[in-house]
Design a protein around this ligand. Structure first.
Ligand code: MN
Length: 207
């Protein structure tokens, strides 16, 4: 089964002024597409992996042959991270989370401001490229914030990613240049909490 580039669930300019249309276009149509193409290329001689979807490949990364494992970590991770990223953003979004995820954030971090501070701190202290994440940890039965380098997927650690802020320069450089903090501050205005709540409830139910 070939992996495919998902269509963006909104127009390139839908997240303006927080994320500019040109960044969205290049990010999805060039960067994300390259991860998908490179993943398919890495898998092309491995028919035994053809039945695995991207989540299964990453969760079971240790069973991927060593010769192609780095390519699957980088490009499969990039594919899944970005597929999630488009979904957890939306126009006319942002604000404070409500529902089950809103309750879990308050219970875990004290309040929404403290939660945002930890996500931002993780974003700003990730040296080079990577992601600042909110994940579900099934072992601890809890949500937690983490940062990971490159395109390393939280799925490889047994975590379920719920919310991710892409802090590669390609995610923000056209509009924010070197000001990663300004990008992270603006990004909260496009977070699709309804989707994050769905992901949280599905993860918590163990599905
Ligand atoms: Mn990216």
């Amino acid at each position: 089964m070939a992996h495919t580039l998902p269509a963006l669930p909104y127009a390139f300019d839908a997240l303006e002024p927080h994320i500019d249309a040109k960044t969205m276009e290049i990010h999805s149509q060039k960067h994300h597409k390259a991860y998908v193409d490179n993943l398919n290329n890495a898998l092309k001689d491995h028919a035994e992996l053809a039945a695995h979807d991207i989540v299964s490949l990453l969760r079971n990364i240790k069973s991927v042959p060593e010769a192609i494992r780095p390519a699957v970590i980088n490009n499969g991770g990039g594919h899944h991270n970005h597929s999630l990223f488009w979904e957890i953003m939306a126009p006319n979004a942002g604000g404070e989370p409500t529902g089950a995820i809103g309750d879990a954030i308050k219970a875990t971090f004290g309040d929404f401001t403290k939660f945002k501070d930890t996500v931002k701190q993780n974003a700003l202290t990730q040296f080079g490229s990577g992601w600042s994440w909110l994940v579900w940890d099934p072992t601890a039965s809890a949500i937690k914030t983490i940062k990971k380098p490159n395109q390393d997927s939280p799925l490889m650690d047994g975590h379920v990613p719920l919310l991710g802020c892409d802090i590669w320069e390609h995610a923000y450089y056209l509009k924010y240049q070197n000001l990663r903090a300004g990008y992270v501050d603006a990004w909260w205005n496009v977070v699709n909490w309804k989707k994050v709540d769905e992901l949280y409830q599905t993860a918590k139910a163990g599905k």
